[in-house]
Unconditional design. Structure first.
Length: 308
């Protein structure tokens, strides 16, 4: 099926090229293409890297093109897995299209990334050193579909998603480790060590990025054919997607990474303690005042009785 999909993509390029000398890249709409010596040559926007339109474009080049454009879980996440909380940035890419290990922004703030381009260290200044590009060898994708009266079949959900990932994103089946379904949550495990990846294999990080973009209706494909996932002809209707990255070497975040959350929790606890103390003092004073009034009243009555 993979070979068939590549042939179809190639024929799409040839067909487009034959029509008024116009050509485009079926797998990446964020390119500028032109006929050169009878061939359609496409280059990624933002980096001007030449891309191979018969396969997926690297995530690094896709992100660079995007940056340059105008303007309750059922499955436990991996222990060392982390989300991409930094969003889109303008990355530095190697000539091969992969991410450079160190990324910086226009303010000379730098950080280290993994092979998926996701930050795996605290941010620092431009003197920061990133000795190697750490590989992301496991990507954990969590999906949630819209509520429905009946759940899908586990085997049918797994079969539909495997077929989609293998054919649309050209990922070999041995890199799809598992697909689990527990209504309405779905877990997809993609695993790919550097030693397993051969020349021509798409990277799981690129597959995950294309997949996430498809779900969020921002497909890099030129013709996304109104992307949707169906199970036995019924739409899966994904309403939430989370992607966790697990690297060969655990990330190097310090406590500063958790600082905001810890401070927030500490503030909530402190406020609760202060409110408790205030309520206790108020109640104690209110009760003491009540008792004092009763005692004064009783003493007054006793004095009146004695006089009479």
């Amino acid at each position: 099926m993979e070979a068939t999909f590549r042939i179809v993509l190639f024929l799409m390029v040839v067909a487009a090229s034959a029509e008024d000398d116009y050509c485009s890249c079926p797998t990446n709409k964020r390119t500028h293409c032109a006929m050169e010596q009878g061939s359609c040559v496409c280059k990624a926007r933002g980096s001007n890297h030449k891309v191979d339109c018969s396969t997926l474009t690297s995530k690094c080049l896709l992100m660079k093109a995007e940056a340059s454009a105008p303007g309750g879980k059922r499955f436990p996440k991996p222990e060392t897995g982390f989300l991409d909380n930094d969003g889109l940035y303008d990355p530095d890419c190697e000539n091969s299209g992969i991410f450079k290990a160190r990324q910086c922004n226009h303010t000379d703030t730098c950080w280290c990334v993994n092979s998926a381009g996701v930050r795996r260290t605290d941010k620092s200044d431009k003197n920061m050193q990133c000795n190697e590009l750490v590989r992301t060898n496991w990507i954990f994708i969590e999906l949630k579909h819209k509520e429905r009266e009946t759940s899908f079949s586990q085997s049918e959900v797994a079969s539909s998603l495997r077929h989609l990932i293998q054919n649309r994103y050209m990922l070999r089946p041995n890199f799809i480790s598992s697909i689990e379904y527990d209504h309405p949550f779905i877990k997809i495990d993609l695993k790919q060590n550097a030693s397993q990846k051969s020349y021509g294999d798409v990277d799981i990080a690129d597959v995950a990025y294309y997949f996430e973009k498809d779900i969020k209706s921002d497909s890099p494909f030129v013709s996304d054919n109104k992307f949707n996932i169906t199970v036995k002809g019924e739409p899966l209707d994904i309403e939430k997607v989370l992607v966790y990255y697990v690297d060969e070497i655990p990330p190097e975040f310090s406590m500063q990474f958790l600082k905001v959350g810890i401070v927030a929790v500490a503030v909530v606890i402190l406020v609760a303690i202060l409110i408790g103390i205030a309520v206790f003092v108020f109640m104690r004073r209110w009760r003491t005042g009540k008792y004092e009034k009763v005692e004064i009243k009783e003493m007054g009555e006793m004095q009146i009785n004695r006089v009479s």
